[in-house]
Design a protein around this ligand. Structure first.
Ligand code: CUA
Length: 146
C-alpha cells in the first residue's frame, strides 16, 4: 500500500472517531434518549385511552390506524411528566409530538413508550411521519397543555 494512501486512511479513520464522539456529545447535551423497553406491567392494547395515576401523572395509550390517532384530543397538565404508550392497528405509522423529543414508531403488535414533559401551555400537534397510505397527510391529533 502506498504511503500516502496509508496517511489518508489513518486521517479518515480519525475523522470518523471525532464525528462519532461529536454525535455522542450532541445527544447527551440535547438529552436525546433511545425509547426504553416496555415495562412488563404494560400489556398490548387495541383501544386508545387516558389514565390518571393517583399522583396525578397522565398515561396516554395511543393507537394509530388509517388515518387517525385514538385518542384524538387530550388535555394534559403543564410541567408534569406524561407517559406515552403507542401501538398500531393496521400498518406502521409515525408519531411526532411537535416541539418535543417525542418521536416514535407505531408498529402493529408492539408497544413503544416515551415520557415527555411539556413546559409551556399550548396546543401541540401530533403528526404521523411515516407514509401510511393515501390520507397519511391528514393523520393528526392534539395534546392541549394547560
Ligand atoms: Cu399514519 Cu402516515
Amino acid at each position: 500500500m502506498d504511503r500516502l494512501e496509508k496517511i489518508v486512511l489513518v486521517f479518515a479513520s480519525g475523522l470518523l472517531g471525532v464525528f462519532f464522539l461529536a454525535l455522542l456529545a450532541a445527544a447527551r447535551l440535547q438529552k436525546i434518549e433511545v425509547p426504553p423497553c416496555l415495562p412488563p406491567e404494560v400489556k398490548p392494547f387495541k383501544e386508545g385511552r387516558v389514565d390518571t395515576l393517583p399522583d396525578g401523572r397522565r398515561q396516554l395509550f395511543y393507537v394509530a390506524q388509517m388515518w387517525r390517532f385514538d385518542p384524538e384530543v387530550v388535555e394534559v397538565p403543564v410541567g408534569k411528566p406524561i407517559d406515552i404508550f403507542l401501538s398500531a392497528k393496521d400498518v406502521t405509522h409515525g408519531f411526532y409530538l411537535s416541539w418535543s423529543n417525542a418521536n416514535l414508531m407505531a408498529i402493529p403488535g408492539a408497544v413503544n413508550a416515551y415520557t415527555v414533559t411539556l413546559d409551556k401551555p399550548g396546543v401541540y400537534p401530533i403528526i404521523c411521519h411515516e407514509y401510511c397510505g393515501s390520507a397519511h397527510q391528514n393523520m393528526v391529533a392534539y395534546l392541549i397543555a394547560q
